[in-house]
Write a protein that binds this ligand. Structure first.
Ligand code: UN1
Length: 516
């Protein structure tokens, strides 16, 4: 499949801000790079140094959303008819290109999003994995065949695409999460309007460039940048958009889901988490502390699955605290491009402020600030750096143990028993990822039953999901859908049940019963 689309995004401009040349990037609609209708742009900043502008991006409005959706609707009939194995070839080619550009993309990601370089490589790798997995789906997309209750009648159920789907993606996994939505949506035969987070438009744009190079036909993938709330709702409201998939905050997700409910549109939400690691009295404390550092402070705690609570059996509490604290003290904070750095900046100044407000809230609630708590001043002040922060002696009902902070802050909660650990772990409005460290096989299996979350880890932290398994959560974390794995296809397909009667006579189901 070939596309006549331009592979180069946007145009070049020279800034007057002393940063050298800063590019302006456009929307990609109907196979063409184009400016927002009203010509407005917004900057994307480097979170490690807000004086550095990564690029300027189209600040789109409803008119651009409308154009993108119409282009996707126009492209849908042909894309739907394109055999799935051919659709999949584009994903396989995209996987190849992602592999070739892994280092380049990871470096862009560190500059635009802030995560440390190793993790940025992992983010790109996750998109490669997803592209390869979903390319395989092109030769599966299994439906089912069931026996008919009547003779000479064939019964089957097949998957069909939904139509134009709107994908609203977050900044914390700025290539991986768009890929979780984009690849299954495309291989299933939908056409797409992708609206990435305003903090990380360049990462998503780079993925779009790869899709163009891989041969995605005009109109099948449209890309628009701009203010989240307004454009997100314009996508939801547009009558030609048939489904929305969103990853974001619970507050925004509920609003979008509510409106989709009224409009009878398919909606899949992946929202907040308040994930916990439980360390039991028979747990390996050294291993658990190592896992907790990674779970709580990886991606500066900005994962939906971040371990923002660590629930510890009282018999191991002091020991865990000591080992954990020593490891956290050894973490280096700084630019993610420095390979020695373990914790990078958080995404922007407003997140930085909101994270730091939780430090105050925790102290007012009576939790003990064991370590960190401050926004970095001095040399790193132009960036958004927050110290890794540990609260000790936290009570399960405190706000810092109930609300999603989305930053490098974790709460140590002592408990008296396995039963109490489970009660505390399950005792929030969320249900994304829960983990338990125990050496007791019976207790491990019991925990797999008892932990109420979409993802459970045993002897591993709350992060580290692989793309071939469903990803998502229970309770207020989502609305029952799952991303990744085979379940991703469910988000983006409708079932069509088909009966073929080749008997040549009228046969009536439920009525023409076999003679007794
Ligand atoms: C997220 O938590 O926001 O499971 C996504 C992980 C990654 C994806 C995380 N594979 O840690």
């Amino acid at each position: 499949m070939s596309s006549t689309a331009s592979k180069i995004s946007g145009d070049k401009k020279t800034s007057s801000g002393g940063n050298g040349s800063i590019r302006t990037y456009d929307n990609y609609i109907d196979g063409k790079w184009q400016k927002a209708e009203d010509g407005k742009t917004f900057p994307s900043l480097n979170p490690a140094n807000n004086n550095e502008i990564i690029g300027h991006f189209a600040s789109s409005s409803e008119a651009d959303v409308d154009k993108a959706v119409k282009a996707a609707a126009k492209a849908f009939p042909e894309w739907k008819k394109t055999p799935a194995p051919h659709r999949a070839e584009i994903l396989l080619k995209a996987a190849q290109l992602l592999k070739e550009r892994k280092e380049e993309l990871a470096t862009i990601m560190v500059k635009e999003m802030g995560k440390v370089i190793k993790e940025a490589r992992g983010d790109v790798q996750e998109a490669i994995d997803m592209a390869e997995y979903m390319a395989g789906e092109g030769r599966r997309l299994f439906g089912h065949v069931a026996p008919s209750e009547l003779r000479e009648k064939f019964a089957m159920a097949v998957r069909v695409p939904i139509g134009v789907v709107g994908l609203i993606t977050p900044w914390n996994f700025p290539i991986a999460i768009p890929s979780w939505k984009l690849f299954p949506a495309l291989v299933s035969g939908n056409t797409v309007v992708l609206k990435p987070a305003s903090d990380t438009p360049l990462c998503a744009l780079k993925l779009v460039e790869i899709m163009i190079e891989a041969g995605i036909p005009p109109g099948v993938l449209n890309f628009i940048t701009g203010p989240g709330g307004k454009m997100g709702m314009a996508l939801v409201e547009h009558p030609l958009v048939k489904a929305i998939s969103i990853t974001g905050s619970t507050e925004v997700g509920k609003k979008v889901a509510g409106r989709c409910g009224e409009l009878m549109k398919r909606i899949s939400c992946e929202l907040g988490g308040k994930n916990a690691i439980c360390v039991m009295d028979d747990g390996d404390v050294e291993l658990a502390a190592e896992g907790a550092v990674w779970g709580a402070f990886g991606t500066a705690g900005q994962r939906c699955t971040a371990a923002s609570r660590i629930i510890i059996h009282k018999n191991r509490y002091e020991e865990f605290k000591e080992v954990f604290l020593a490891k956290v003290k050894a973490l280096k904070l700084g630019s993610g491009l420095d390979p020695k750095v373990g914790v990078g900046p958080v995404i922007n100044k407003s997140q930085l402020k909101s994270i730091n407000e939780y430090v105050e809230i925790g102290q007012k609630e009576g939790a003990k600030l064991l370590y960190g708590g401050k926004i970095l001043a001095g040399e790193l002040e132009s960036g958004c750096f927050h110290e890794p922060t540990i609260f000790a002696d936290v009570k399960p009902n405190m706000r810092i143990a109930q609300e999603e902070i989305f930053g490098p802050v974790t709460a140590l909660i002592p408990v008296n028993s396995y039963a109490e650990a489970i009660e505390v772990a399950n005792g929030t409005q969320f249900g994304l990822s829960l983990s338990m460290y125990t050496q007791n096989v019976n207790q491990a299996f019991r925990a797999m039953d008892d932990l109420e979350s979409g993802i459970v880890y045993i002897n591993a932290p709350t992060i580290g999901a692989e793309i071939q398994l469903p990803f998502g959560g229970t309770k207020q974390t989502g609305n029952g859908h799952r991303e990744a794995g085979i379940t991703a296809i469910d988000q983006f397909t409708e079932w069509k049940s088909i009966y073929v009667d080749y008997s040549g006579r009228l046969q009536r189901a439920q009525i023409d019963l076999p003679a007794k």
